[in-house]
Design a protein around this ligand. Structure first.
Ligand code: NDP
Length: 290
């Protein structure tokens, strides 16, 4: 299903997420097993727990299981890696997700190497990112996939268009650039050392921002008639705000994702979608219920 309200400039992530969840529900009807997600907490704080609880709720809503595992008590690599591998080996765990942000002492490269590709619902293990780069995707990086799902739902043209990605993180910016390239966009990737950010972003037909800087992108960064996808999650006096000055650019754009209610809910839906896929493969492998 694609959006019919071409008159609106709001690229509504909740609407896209509902559409994905309906497809998940239809897929689950035909499955003999109940998929299970394990969410790992490496930071003991309330924020991580809140995000994890939201995943439990989202899983339950669509009829899947979700367990939360607080491993923050011992972050020494050998011990942490062993516990991650043990979780991944549990047959009731079809997908594993590690809550962000990671504590500074944890090496993300070594950590994600512990997650088997077919249980990596976030799509950021070495193998999954490598396959994406090679044009043979397995589990696609969930936030980047969410941005693409929003653009597709609202039928934003990509082939031959200029896409500018701001942010080059391994989990969002880089996979997003690869996905856009695979759809024949001409892609520019910007970062903190980009000499003239506004000059680059003003070229964009589609501008995608993932930098974690409150309202850093304003009207001066955006071309008239561009589409803008704001991945950023920042907090200002307890309120969630994006990397883009939403109200400042709204009059200029053809479409923009709000924060909250944009990329966030679609990322969660993508995780669930990847979970159904991994569970279905694992049950198929065993030829029985999982
Ligand atoms: P990281 O924090 O890992 O990296 C930030 C990137 O932005 C870096 O590449 C950095 O450049 C670049 N950057 C920082 N400041 C500037 C600047 N002033 N101008 C240009 N580039 C800049 O990014 P993530 O992608 O992990 O997260 C970014 C944001 O997205 C955060 O707010 C995070 O919470 C949010 N997020 C939201 C998700 C969702 O579902 N909505 C999912 C994941 C993340 P350099 O490489 O040079 O340092």
């Amino acid at each position: 299903m694609t959006a019919t309200h071409s008159d609106t400039r709001v690229l509504d992530g909740n609407r896209v997420a509902r559409d994905i969840k309906q497809r998940i529900a239809r897929r689950l009807e035909g499955m003999a097993c109940r998929p299970g997600l394990a969410v790992v907490l490496l930071k003991a704080g309330a924020a991580s727990r809140k995000y994890a609880e939201a995943k439990v709720k989202s899983c339950r809503e669509v009829g899947m299981d979700c367990t939360v595992h607080d491993l923050s008590d011992d972050l020494r690599p050998a011990s942490l890696h062993e516990r991650i591998r043990a979780l991944a080996a549990d047959p009731a765990v079809h997908g594993l997700f590690i809550e962000h942000p990671l504590p500074a002492e944890v090496d993300p490269i070594e950590l994600y190497a512990q997650i088997p590709a077919d249980k990596d619902v976030e799509g950021i293990s070495h193998q999954n990112l490598g396959r994406l780069l090679l044009g043979a995707p397995n589990m696609v990086a969930s936030t980047a996939a969410a941005c693409m799902a929003i653009l597709d739902f609202y039928e934003v043209p990509l082939a031959g268009r200029k896409a500018v990605v701001v942010g080059r993180s391994n989990i969002v910016g880089k996979p997003l650039a690869v996905l856009l390239l695979a759809r024949d966009a001409t892609v520019t990737v910007c970062h903190s050392r980009t000499a003239d950010l506004a000059a680059e972003t003003r070229q964009a037909d589609v501008l995608l921002v993932s930098i974690g800087q409150t309202r850093h992108i304003g009207p001066g960064h955006v071309r008239e008639g561009a589409y803008v996808v704001d991945v950023g999650i920042n907090f200002e006096q307890g309120r969630m705000v994006g990397d883009v000055d939403y109200h400042g650019v709204l009059d200029k754009v053809a479409g923009i994702t709000p924060v909250p209610g944009g990329v966030g809910p679609v990322t969660t839906a993508m995780l669930l979608s990847n979970l159904v896929e991994t569970a279905s493969r694992q049950s198929g492998m065993r030829g029985t219920v999982c």
